[in-house]
Design a protein around this ligand. Sequence first.
Ligand code: SF4
Ligand code: SF4
Length: 179
Amino acid sequence: MKLTNRSKVVSKKEMTLAEKIYIPAIVKGMGITLKHAFQKNKTISYPEEKRVFAKVWRGQHVLKRDDEGRERCTACGLCAVACPAEAITMTAAERTKEEKHLYREEKYASKYEIDMLRCIFCGLCEEACPKSAIYLTDRLVNTETNRGSFVYGKDKLVEDMDQRIDISDRQKKSYKQPE
Ligand code: SF4
Ligand code: SF4
């Protein structure tokens, strides 16, 4: 019984003389090899050479701070809900009076983690965030030697005010997500 209607009838016709001696097929194969042998090499010598990524490249996330250095994230959890890979986890905490200079909202993420092995860099967390707190950047996720190191916490995700990350291209109204 057929499981699908995608079956293909295979012809059992006799091979021609040219097919039997294989020479035309060998010549054709050598032609393809020679064509590629003289093409420009597409590989690069990383890390000495680096590829230029498109502006819309989606790499490692950043949790943004505002211009006063306060964390924008309010631990609403919308990014985690939107994430199809269930890569984001967080713990919410309440800001104290003394912490007003650290967090923009009354609620903040005391713990925020992204499992980079689960992440598929789709950018849905960025789109879901109502506080413009999370963006995907042009940074690459580092290679690691154990799985646990791929769970990035706030120490790796929150923006460093001395090395701010420019995501202005993504914030422009004209910006369109790549298809
Ligand atoms: S980029 Fe996609 S998969 Fe990765 S954390 Fe954001 S929503 Fe999840
Ligand atoms: S990054 Fe944005 S969507 Fe995610 S918890 Fe923080 S404020 Fe909410």
